[in-house]
Design a protein around this ligand. Structure first.
Ligand SMILES: Cc1cc2nc3c(=O)[nH]c(=O)nc-3n(C[C@H](O)[C@H](O)[C@H](O)COP(=O)(O)OP(=O)(O)OC[C@H]3O[C@@H](n4cnc5c(N)ncnc54)[C@H](O)[C@@H]3O)c2cc1C
Length: 430
């Protein structure tokens, strides 16, 4: 039982309430008394990917979401920010920020299928912004550090990020470079035992609150795929400025920053793994990020379809529920079918990834499909809500705005298509 091993190997303070299989019964029993929203779900045990332990993990996370996050989402959406330190501490205490991370750094030491399960469950948060920020912390800014970082760096940055004591952000995109990661301009020049960093990052999720950044910078003048390094950069160093907090269409409860660097000195030992390998590490890190994103949006899509079923069942037009019009229930059935197809691809991909296969092609396909489906689904469902769908009061309109990012962030649809074409060997030869 991997989960048992993970939980038993941990030796942190008694204040940390880890998820353990023993907590399964407790969670299930107590959750029945919490609220109707968080009642234990009767999931099939012979699931294609998940065991009872996955479901127990999901159940205990759901309880936390219903108690600590969802009651405040509307307020945080309005304020344009959620309290990352507070929420991450709660999640860290319960073990949710390091599900796949090594137990010696506070993680649960589980395989990636548990991350997928957590990402799916986080889709029950009533917005896209907070799950995205949690994903940045657990599966986007930290995988390379966990895999390639020195012990010293892991102690300083990974452990507190898993425990929820430090907020992490990921600094890859720049004003002039998003899709074309190789063309970033931020430079880290060696001076003695330090790197001196100049440049800036754009679109940094949780950038106004973060304690450290997993920074991708050019550390030499070599070829673009070999001249980059990932660096653990404390965000309180002199020369780091939050240039602005970006006002966005969606993901409003997640703060997004533009960050500038002016002669920022950071020790060379803060480089993750091998100097010059940053591009490769980042591309590896992207695989988990993309699968995480797909898992997360699947739940949201399912929820929007269900809410649309509920709404259209009670809303009457021309003497019958909107839902009873064949065009409506057929369309919803089609969308649900697409969701299930995407879920199958995600699970297959996850299974292959756990077994050590290169899943770049399948993960890119899943990410592409998730972006396309989210756009289609958000548009179709919103339509059936009529004027209500055009208000800010309903989940469907928030999903419509938030989910638009899926086709842009972490590699736009066209980037996914290019990767797929590369694997299909259909790109024009130069
Ligand atoms: C809310 C939000 C949060 C984000 N969080 C982070 C973060 O935490 N850290 C981080 O590093 N980045 C983050 N990003 C950045 C995100 O990953 C980039 O926006 C994304 O990679 C696209 O880059 P770009 O915006 O520079 O668009 P560009 O690179 O300018 O691309 C513009 C468009 O060109 C098209 N395109 C791209 N490639 C091709 C091609 N080969 N052929 C044809 N057309 C193409 C696509 O339609 C694309 O949308 C975030 C972005 C947003 C909006």
């Amino acid at each position: 039982m991997a989960l048992y091993r993970g939980a038993l190997r941990m030796h942190f303070g008694a204040s940390r309430h880890f998820f353990t299989p023993a907590a399964l019964h407790q969670t299930r029993q107590s959750s029945e008394n919490v609220s109707s929203k968080s009642k234990a779900r009767a999931e099939p045990v012979d699931h294609v990917l998940y065991t009872q332990e996955h479901f127990a993990l999901k159940d205990s996370l759901r309880k936390l979401i219903d108690q600590e996050i969802n009651p405040y989402v509307d307020k945080w959406e309005e304020e344009g920010q959620f309290p990352a330190h507070k929420i991450f501490k709660i999640l860290g205490n319960a073990g949710f920020l390091g599900v796949t991370k090594p137990v010696e750094y506070g993680g649960l030491g589980l395989d990636f299928s548990y991350s997928v399960a957590v990402a799916e469950e986080l889709g029950n948060i009533n917005c896209g912004g907070i799950p995205m920020a949690i994903g940045v912390q657990s599966d986007m800014a930290t995988p390379a550090l966990a895999r390639f970082g020195s012990e010293e760096l892991k102690k300083e940055f990974l452990l507190p990020s898993i425990m929820g004591d430090k907020v992490a952000c990921l600094g890859v995109s720049e004003v002039g470079a998003g899709s074309d990661v190789a063309s970033i301009k931020t430079k880290a020049v060696r001076e003695g035992d330090d790197f001196v960093i100049n440049g800036g990052k754009m679109w940094t999720t949780t950038g106004t609150q973060a304690d450290w950044m997993c920074l991708l910078a050019n550390t030499s003048d070599g070829p673009p795929h070999r001249n980059k390094s990932l660096i653990c950069l404390p965000m309180n160093l002199p020369g780091i400025h939050i240039a602005r907090k970006i006002d966005k269409l969606g993901m409003r409860s997640s703060d997004t920053a533009e960050v500038s660097f002016e002669d920022v000195r950071v020790p060379c030992k803060n480089v993750i793994g091998q100097e010059g390998m940053g591009f490769t590490y980042q591309m590896l890190q992207f695989q988990e990020e993309r699968l995480w994103g797909v898992a997360n949006i699947l739940t949201m899509m399912e929820k929007v379809v269900q809410e649309t079923v509920n709404y259209t069942r009670q809303r009457k037009i021309f003497q019958q529920p909107v839902l009873y019009h064949q065009v409506v229930h057929f369309r919803l059935a089609e969308l649900q079918t697409e969701i299930e197809l995407l879920r199958s691809l995600l699970y297959r991909c996850t299974e292959m990834y756990i077994k050590g296969n290169d899943v770049t092609k399948l993960a890119s396909m899943a990410k592409l499909k998730a972006g396309r489906l989210a756009r289609e689904l958000g548009d179709s469902c919103l339509q059936y809500w009529g004027g209500m769908g055009f208000t800010s009061d309903v989940l469907v309109s928030r999903f419509y705005r938030d989910s638009r990012l899926m086709s842009i962030g972490a590699g736009a649809d066209e980037v996914m298509l290019s990767i797929i074409c590369k694997y299909m060997d259909t790109l024009p030869r130069k």
